[in-house]
Ligand binder design. Structure first.
Ligand SMILES: [Zn+2]
Length: 189
């Protein structure tokens, strides 16, 4: 309901409030910490330690994988009935974003991903994620739900997606933006 600039401020505030709540004690020495720099950092109260802590952001990838005239969508068992979305997951320590895309898609669907291109991003401060959106081209088609994170996954044509089934992600989500851009870009695979 908020204009974009106010929504960004609210997201920033929510992320910081949550972070402060979780960082009351120093991870190095166990002493209490206090906010500083206007709330953008915390400092350990033990002057010998003086550990300074900054808010963390957890990168996660979300990707629309296409093959020919179809795109790959999956659904988790907890989602509303009939809703499908793009593949997503957290980036692991020491991993590139491109490798995270290829690993997550393989783990969840067994699809081998070829080229990967950055699309756009969306902060998701619940509590500290940054969604990094990609498009990718698949090198294979046979789906297998390797890690059991998804209840179902499938290939869908633009005609199917425009018909109302499956139900698509919420309008403000980056997942929906990825799907809508793919739908509009009817000439490209
Ligand atoms: Zn400390």
């Amino acid at each position: 309901m908020l204009p974009a600039d106010e929504a960004n401020l609210a997201a920033h505030a929510i992320a910081l409030i949550t972070w402060h709540r979780l960082q009351k004690f120093c991870g190095l020495c166990g002493a209490e910490t206090r906010p500083e720099s206007g709330g953008n950092a915390r400092l350990c109260n033990d002057s010998d330690c003086a550990n300074r802590i900054f808010p963390r952001v957890d990168p996660a990838i979300i990707v629309l994988v296409a093959h020919g005239n179809e795109c790959l969508l999956g659904r988790q068992a907890s989602w509303p009935e009939g809703r499908y979305s793009t593949i997503a997951g957290f980036v692991e320590p020491g991993e590139s974003l491109e490798d995270a895309v290829r690993r997550e898609v393989w783990e969840e669907t067994n699809i081998d991903v070829g080229s990967v291109h950055y699309h756009s991003s969306q902060p998701w401060p619940f509590p500290a994620s940054l969604m990094l959106g990609f498009t990718a081209i698949a090198n294979s088609r046979e789906i297998h739900l390797n890690d059991g994170e998804l209840e179902d996954a499938g290939w869908f044509t633009r005609k199917e997606l425009r018909s109302g089934f499956p139900k698509l992600p919420y309008r403000l989500s980056i997942a929906r933006r990825l799907v809508d851009d793919w739908l509009e870009d009817g000439s490209a695979p």
